[in-house]
Design a protein around this ligand. Structure first.
Ligand SMILES: *Cc1c(COP(=O)(O)O)cnc(C)c1O
Length: 297
């Protein structure tokens, strides 16, 4: 399967034109940048494999995309996580429910999680994808995305657009910067700015030649996946102005930090929509629970 060539939309907000690369439209099951990160395996599924293995949180967008990849190839899919909260175990929607529906086998580990997941390794029959898909194979699909961005800029005569992507592992931002002549800006949605820099280096150190890192617009305020009033107001405004639905975990932080830094960035700005909308079912419930607000897209 080949997933590529997502469209670019635009809208105006805060007296600025924003372009949005709609990777959320690539494929419903390989949401957004996870389709890019997994493109190598989608296009070249290893023939001898019968089991896919990964680990991380149970609302992970990558987990869901992996469950779809396993189903497509008739592989078993084992996913390790720390002990589930009752709320997560009982949730009948979002990424967890959809992944279980795709046949994912969930393995709950509590005190053994770090030890067991650190020992996982690929064999001829088992493919291990590290948490968040931060691995060198991700470069393949992100190089394709970079090429699409270069063509878009050329067609529109944009000499120095700013490319913005919200980071989790940072693998997407890092590989995009490797293959783009434009500056890639990002922000740390998970962990501190230093943690994100460390993640960049962990991945880049596996290559012989280093390249310039994406520029981190620092987030020192917003915690990962924690409902926040300011973020909620911002993402509602962006959803309305753009008539595009964004995800509720990464994009509220992404847009907030981007808007806070707007005057310092080259123009125009291309925001990468990384998908993740299935996770909104869970996250909008949390917003409802905390602030009694329902999400409108
Ligand atoms: C996974 C994800 C990201 C972050 O991608 P990384 O390569 O891990 O930095 C950003 N936005 C959304 C919606 C995602 O699902």
């Amino acid at each position: 399967m080949r997933l590529f060539n997502s469209p670019v939309d635009s809208f105006e907000f805060a007296d600025t034109i924003f372009y949005v690369k709609r990777d959320d439209l690539l494929h419903p099951e390989f949401s957004g940048n996870k389709a890019r990160k997994l493109a190598y395996f989608l296009e070249n599924p290893p023939q001898e494999i019968n089991t896919l293995v990964s680990y991380g949180g149970t609302q992970s967008n990558l987990m869901y995309s992996l469950s779809a990849l396993a189903k497509l190839n008739r592989w078993q899919f084992h996913y390790y996580t720390k002990t589930l909260s009752r709320q997560a175990a009982n949730s009948h929607n979002g990424n967890l429910a959809a992944s279980l529906n795709n046949g994912m086998e969930l393995v709950e580990l509590n005190s053994d999680y770090e030890r067991i997941t650190s020992m996982l390794h690929s064999t001829s029959q088992q493919l291990v994808i590290p948490q968040g898909g931060a691995q060198i194979e991700a470069e393949y699909g992100l190089r394709q995305l970079a090429q699409e961005i270069i063509s878009w800029a050329r067609q529109n005569n944009f000499a120095h657009p700013a490319i913005f992507i919200a980071s989790g592992t940072g693998a997407s931002a890092l590989f995009l910067q490797k293959h783009l002549p434009f500056s890639v800006y990002t922000t740390n949605c998970v962990g501190s700015p230093d943690y994100l820099t460390q993640q960049f280096h962990n991945l880049m150190d596996q290559f012989t030649q280093p390249w310039r890192l994406p520029q981190i617009l620092t987030n020192t305020h917003y915690r990962f996946a924690k409902p926040n009033r300011q973020l909620y107001a911002t993402i509602q405004q962006i959803n309305q102005a753009s008539r595009i639905c964004f995800d509720l975990v990464y994009d509220p932080v992404g847009w907030q930090i981007l808007l806070d830094n707007l005057e310092h960035l080259p123009k125009p700005i291309l925001y990468l929509h990384c998908g993740g909308l299935l996770g909104n079912e869970t996250m909008s419930k949390r917003y409802q629970y905390y602030f009694n607000r329902s999400h409108s897209c």
